[in-house]
Design a protein around this ligand. Structure first.
Ligand code: PMP
Length: 309
């Protein structure tokens, strides 16, 4: 395959099948994981970056020489920086200090400038700082993935149709991690139209509030919320699976060691949640989940070698 631009290989990722011979799930049940770490920027957010930048350029909100500013845990920054390059647009990302150094280095490698906010202020602190910067910097645009309808739309138009094309017969449940909520809401809405009976389960780490728990620090990176995403308003959600750091990291290590899948901790959490859902559903169910990013961007956090979990 010959391509002219790296963006041509964003999306169209494969679904990896897991069966009852590999995992503690009912016989004939299958779990399919969409391998989003195979995108060129190493995460699902390459899709979002392309979508948000190209729609802002089309709408005249961003022009060559302008500046895109965004609060991000890292993967969105990488996806946005990749997309912005093609239009000669500068990028500034506001990153809470706790997020992985590798993701920060990758954003910088793609030409981005980083601004840090204190870990204890969470994503809310990063959002506030990004809004302040956008007021100060001329010709700037703030996509704000946490409230931009383009976020779920990016997945409604790409990830959802890809899954439906590969699994045309039926899907019993869709299980996906919730960070901004875009992946879950956009893909969930598309699949619900295709398969009206499908059950939608969100995944959060312990320390996130979706199941009514108290907000506290967690080590699984990329998922977990401090507020309910606005995209969930009209979504019929079957439930949320709350996964402990211990369980999430244990599955992340197992994915690497037993299946050659070098994914981040939100993928381990997604697999743990998909197994929980599979155990609640009848034998023969088809469950689809998403492995959002690659694990090598967490090596400095001992993702595969930690002994604590
Ligand atoms: N996993 C990882 C590693 C992520 O970076 C993100 C995005 N923060 C997610 C999952 C969740 O995706 P979304 O923002 O679409 O909910």
């Amino acid at each position: 395959m010959i391509i002219n631009q790296i963006k041509e290989v964003i999306g169209n990722t494969p679904l990896l099948r897991f069966t009852s011979s590999q995992l503690p799930i009912p016989e004939r049940t299958e779990i399919f994981a969409k391998l989003e770490f195979l995108n060129p920027g190493g995460s699902i957010k390459d899709r979002l970056g392309q979508y948000l930048v190209s729609s802002a350029v089309r709408a005249g909100k961003l022009k060559a020489g302008g500046t895109l500013i965004e609060p991000t845990a890292g993967n969105t920054g990488i996806g946005l920086a990749l997309a912005a390059q093609a239009y000669s647009i500068q990028t500034i990302f506001v990153v809470p200090e706790k997020f992985s150094l590798e993701k920060q280095a990758l954003m910088q490698a793609l030409g981005a400038t980083l601004v840090h906010t204190p870990t204890k202020m969470g994503m809310t602190g990063a959002i506030k700082k990004a809004k302040e910067l956008a007021q100060e910097i001329p010709n700037s645009y703030l996509p704000l993935q946490f409230e931009n309808e383009g976020n779920p739309k990016a997945y409604y138009e790409t990830l959802g149709p890809e899954i439906a094309a590969d699994l045309p017969e039926t899907i019993t449940a869709f299980v996906a991690g919730v960070g901004s909520g875009g992946t879950f809401a956009g893909t969930g809405a598309y699949l619900r139209e295709k398969y009206p009976e499908i059950l939608l389960y969100g995944v959060e780490p312990a320390g996130s509030i979706l199941n009514g728990g108290l907000s506290h620090a967690h080590e699984i990176e990329g998922i977990g919320v401090e507020f309910i995403p606005p995209f969930f308003e009209n979504l019929p959600i079957a439930g949320y699976e709350t996964i402990s750091d211990e369980t999430g990291f244990s599955y992340t290590r197992q994915l690497a060691k037993d299946y050659g899948v070098l994914a981040g901790s939100s993928s381990g959490a997604a697999l743990a949640a998909a197994i929980n859902v599979a155990q609640k559903l009848p034998a023969g169910s088809v469950i689809t989940t998403v492995f959002p990013d690659a694990g090598d961007r967490y090596l400095s956090k001992d993702i595969y070698t930690r002994t604590k979990y």
